[in-house]
Write a protein that binds this ligand. Structure first.
Ligand code: LLP
Length: 426
């Protein structure tokens, strides 16, 4: 459930009309709902009620400071994958002892930054990373708390580009190497095993792959403990899917996921960590856009929007489905079929193909749904299109939480080297 609904024929975000926001900040613009973010966080947390897990929101899904600060106030931790995300999380008020650091390619500088911040744990993904972390921590006179991210070789049954738990994926330590790496941690002086970590993919719409992976991890915890390793935390990653409104597989409700986790863990005495991203932010945001033109091609009718693939990459990259809702509620039941496209010079700049919609006209405002996660964060300035603003709504208030990038700032980031300042040939 989200808070983008019609009121007297106009689409609102909570108590603010999207028409009013478009008038104030222009389009395209991302709009987020505080109430929806908070609701999703609470629904997820309550799914594990007696277990009191640490919910480390996956910052990569939506890293705006306003989103992070909203979640920090609810007690969220953060899962970060770069020094930049770590800095964002800390700046937004997420306590350092609630931050976990994931990712296959942490640099020396990032390790130093995380060690001096005093994060909860490093989710280590290879022996080479472990060696470097031990060296960096040793250099700083510290001991790094480590969980090994294991690769359980389980098919998440999601899009291949967002599947991470198969043996052929770059993520996690190979199952056959897990024993050795925990042995190595015990032997090294500046790393300490505190837990175990698994994340098998994103936008999972079935419980079964989670079940398989978690069963393997639980066995492993027993095995590692028997071998003398202190496993206090079990980090089960993120990945629970959200409904995108495409009428395809409906993901399990968080409560069902929670019940499955509790059953899978049995009486394993472990602190639980989760890293949900999409579930918290995905349906808490929309991309507000305007129809520029309707164009009749030979074979298709195109709705050309002012938003493009650089603003929202997901359809071009994963053939992802996003719903479209007119901001002014249609007064007709008539429909037309459109390809929704942006102005970027690529045929992949297509948000939807042959989509049924109420008839549209130039100037009309549309909300592209489910654009709170992996949307603004994945935008680029391709075609020299400035980054669009982000707006946070809270009840009857709204605030611009990232300004629209100016062309001066965008182009001004380039410099012309001295040798080009001399006279040209003609
Ligand atoms: N933890 C780790 C280690 C991850 O790699 C991810 C997502 C998450 C947690 C959060 O997963 P979530 O709960 O959001 O499914 N750009 C793609 C999604 C990439 C997901 C990357 N990792 C998309 O737009 O669908």
């Amino acid at each position: 459930m989200d808070h983008f609904v019609y009121r007297d024929g106009i689409l609102f975000a909570e108590d603010v009309s999207l028409e009013a926001i478009a008038a104030a900040v222009g389009t395209p613009a991302y709009i987020y709902s505080t109430a929806t973010l908070e609701r999703h966080f609470r629904v997820f947390r309550d799914a594990f009620a007696p277990l009191k897990p640490l919910i480390c929101y996956a910052v990569k899904a939506n890293s705006n400071q306003a989103v992070l600060a909203t979640l920090a106030r609810l007690g969220a931790g953060a899962d970060v994958v770069s020094g930049g995300e770590l800095m964002r999380a800390v700046k937004a008020g997420i306590p350092s002892d609630k931050i976990v650091f994931s990712g296959v390619g942490k640099t020396t500088d990032e390790m130093r930054q995380a060690l001096s911040t005093g994060i909860k744990q490093f989710n280590v993904e290879s022996e080479a990373e472990l060696d470097l972390l031990d060296a960096v921590a040793g250099d700083m006179g510290l001991t790094a708390p480590v969980s090994v991210r294991v690769n359980p070789d389980v098919d998440a049954k999601t899009h291949a580009k967002i599947s991470t738990g198969k043996a052929e994926n770059k993520f996690g330590v190979a199952w056959s190497a897990v024993d050795r790496i925990y042995g190595k941690i015990a032997a090294l002086d500046h790393v300490e095993a505190v837990g175990i970590d698994v994340h098998i993919g994103s936008q999972l719409t079935e419980l079964e792959p989670f079940k398989q992976a978690f069963a393997k991890v639980v066995d492993l915890v027993h095995h590692l403990r028997a071998a003398g390793h202190a496993i206090q935390h079990i980090d089960l990653g993120g990945g629970l899917g959200i409904p995108y409104g495409d009428g395809k597989a409906t993901p399990p409700a968080p409560a069902h996921y929670g019940a499955m986790v509790q059953e899978a863990l049995g009486d394993l005495d472990c602190d639980l960590i989760f890293e949900p991203g999409r579930l918290i932010a995905g349906n808490a945001g929309i991309l507000l856009t305007k129809v520029l033109f309707i164009k009749d091609g030979e074979a298709r009718r195109f709705a050309i929007l002012d938003a493009a693939m650089n603003d929202l990459m997901r359809p071009a990259m994963y053939d992802a489905y996003h719903g479209f809702t007119p901001v002014i509620e249609p007064q007709t039941t008539a429909t037309e079929t459109y390809d929704f496209v942006g102005p970027v010079c690529e045929s992949s700049d297509t948000f939807a193909t042959q989509r049924t919609s109420p008839p549209l006209g130039a100037g009309q405002l549309l909300a592209i749904r489910s654009a709170g996660a992996y949307s603004a964060v994945m935008s680029s300035t391709y075609n020299t299109r400035p980054l669009v603003p982000e707006v946070m709504v809270n009840g009857d208030q709204f605030a611009v939480v990232r300004e629209r990038q100016t062309l001066e700032a965008l182009i001004g980031a380039d410099t012309i080297p001295d040798w080009l300042n001399s006279k040209s040939e003609d």
